[in-house]
Design a protein around this ligand. Structure first.
Ligand code: SF4
Length: 415
């Protein structure tokens, strides 16, 4: 989206790492590692190309501006609220002492996004419907970086969706920080989904990560019956231990979480359900860690994104005692990764010999197209003739690691 604003102003976009007059780094601050990666990236850019105008925007720019200002050479730092307007500050003739820092306070007011049509589609398109979060989980810095929960005006979402579909996108992915809390006037998340499903030209609608307590049962029923709403849910659980969940200030128990995903798995044929799991939260005993492993092993979950707890300044978890030693955190994360890979492999294998509808994205090697099925199975298709953004029907012939190999049955887009 930031790229589009530059393209529309006559800039030519180049691959990261190539020489450029301006370099914009859209930063993340979800973990300590993300902060340090951003600082490394900035230094790398400045080393390679000291004359480049460097702008750091986004979440880390919002809460880490003091650390960023210590890096000589950064020209501009723009926080979350104003990051889509970064070009205006770059083109602004007013010269202020460098680095210039733009940070406005974030309100709860609904928002709109002046989105352009963007480049020719090569893949699914993200459609942002919400920003910020009011949940205040004790480990999470996002409410500080992204501000309070606020929702995009319904008409503005519809306008951009139509624009993206018109531009050729076949799949839209609903994104935001806590999308299930969407609330614009009397409209809720379910209304956004229904509004988009009513667009006849839309081939696929996917929901990105959604918090456990925010998913209405009617959404699951809709997913079960719809050809367009993808049977794919990513529902972060974080831990399989109730004591740890309480310390994290999560709003559910393990039993409630399990009950919900078991209901979804039974109600939606072939649904793929993934989660986030955190290892090494303060107080995580061996038994608590085992409970997380058991939850992943013995539930309908097909994979977990694994995070290792790191202390984030200003969050409540920094005050908790019984910290877990770094080597133990590392071992536990590695075990969760292994379990996740095994679960994904087992899930994929269930579809061997079956037909899947895949949207192609890019070539892994010449003549091998990668894409995702409706239920988010990653599929490689050996076929010279395909192009990006094609809907094709394949039969899953084998599974290698985290990728299924598909044989073309027919091009779904011409069905
Ligand atoms: S729900 Fe919790 S983990 Fe997710 S963004 Fe909000 S505070 Fe962070």
């Amino acid at each position: 989206m930031i790229g589009n604003t530059f393209r529309q102003s006559g800039y030519e976009l180049v691959e990261f790492g190539q020489a450029a007059d301006v370099c914009v780094i859209n930063s993340c601050t979800v973990t300590e590692q993300a902060d340090s990666k951003c600082r490394q990236l900035v230094r790398q850019v400045l080393r390679k190309n000291p004359a480049t105008f460097v702008a750091v925007v986004g979440c880390y720019a919002q809460i880490g501006s003091a650390a960023l200002q210590k890096i000589a050479g950064i020209d501009l730092i723009v926080g979350t609220q104003d990051k889509l307007r970064v070009i205006e500050y770059i083109d602004d003739p007013i010269k202020l002492p460098e680095p210039r820092v733009i940070k406005t306070s974030m309100t709860k007011a609904p928002f709109t996004i002046a989105a352009g049509a963007g480049a020719a589609p090569t893949t699914r398109a993200n459609l942002k419907i919400q920003d910020g979060c009011d949940f205040m989980c004790s480990f999470c810095v996002i409410p500080f970086a992204r501000g309070r929960a606020r929702s995009r005006a319904l008409g503005d979402i519809q306008r951009e969706a139509l624009q993206l579909i018109d531009a050729g996108h076949q799949e839209l992915v609903l994104t935001g920080v806590n999308i299930g809390t969407y609330q614009f006037e009397d409209k809720k998340f379910f209304d956004v989904v229904k509004m988009l499903l009513a667009i006849p030209e839309l081939k696929r609608l996917r929901i990105s990560s959604i918090e456990p307590t925010t998913i209405p049962n009617e959404l699951i029923a809709l997913m079960a019956d719809s050809e367009v709403l993808c049977p794919h849910l990513h529902i972060p659980v974080q831990s399989g231990d109730d004591h740890i969940l309480a310390g994290m200030k999560r709003l559910y128990t393990t039993a409630e979480y399990l009950q919900f995903i078991e209901y979804a798995a039974a109600r939606v044929p072939d649904v793929l359900i993934g989660t986030d799991l955190m290892s090494g939260f303060p107080g995580e005993s061996e038994a608590a860690f085992r409970a997380s492993c058991d939850l992943l092993k013995n539930s309908p979950l097909a994979y977990a994104h694994v995070f290792t707890f790191s202390e984030r300044g200003g969050t409540a978890a920094t005050r908790l005692k019984n910290k877990v030693a770094p080597p133990i955190k590392k071992i536990r994360s590695a075990e969760l990764h292994r379990l996740s890979e095994a679960k994904k492999f087992d899930f994929y294998k269930r579809f061997l010999g079956r037909q899947l509808r895949v949207l192609t994205e890019e070539q892994s090697t010449p003549g091998h197209w990668l894409g995702f099925s409706d239920n988010y199975i990653k599929v490689a298709i050996p076929c010279e003739k395909l192009s990006p953004n094609s809907l094709v029907r394949v039969r899953l012939a084998s599974v290698a690691g985290d990728t299924g190999i598909g044989e073309i049955v027919k091009a779904a887009s011409v069905e």
